[in-house]
Design a protein around this ligand. Structure first.
Ligand code: FES
Length: 132
């Protein structure tokens, strides 16, 4: 059974959609169930996550986990966001059925890959500047 919180988020996933100007993105797939999460972050020059959006093709729990994750990271520094775990998302949702706990892990994986993407982009920009 899903908590009322999970059902409410699923019915109104306010963070759903793409994000113009995103400078950190990721796409993860859970090979066992096929759910896909795409995450978009906008990180400012001070390293603060200003905006977060998602596009998820999957179950109720993966959509709720993605939306909750976006709520959780907004306003955090990259370092603070890196500390977030799948369990933190699970706690914020008020729990999930045991067979759906991996949905939180998938959202967490999306977050960490998006942060990796941000640093890769920074490195690339740095290299370009050095070449010019
Ligand atoms: Fe696999 Fe939701 S059932 S991520």
């Amino acid at each position: 059974m899903y908590t009322q919180k999970v059902i409410n988020i699923f019915k109104n996933p306010k963070n759903a959609g793409g994000l113009h100007g995103a400078n950190a993105t990721s796409k993860v797939t859970d090979n066992s169930c096929g759910d896909i999460i795409k995450l978009y972050l906008k990180i400012n020059e001070d390293g603060i996550i200003e905006e977060a959006k998602f596009k998820t093709f999957g179950c109720t729990a993966s959509i709720a986990s993605s939306s909750m994750l976006c709520d959780m990271v907004k306003g955090l520094s990259i370092e603070e966001a890196e500390e977030i775990t799948g369990n933190d998302i699970l706690d914020e949702l008020g729990g999930l059925p045991a067979e759906k706990v991996h949905c939180c892990e998938l959202a967490d994986e999306a977050l960490h890959l998006a942060i990796d993407d941000y640093f890769k982009r920074l490195e690339k920009e740095q290299r370009k500047l050095e070449e010019n």
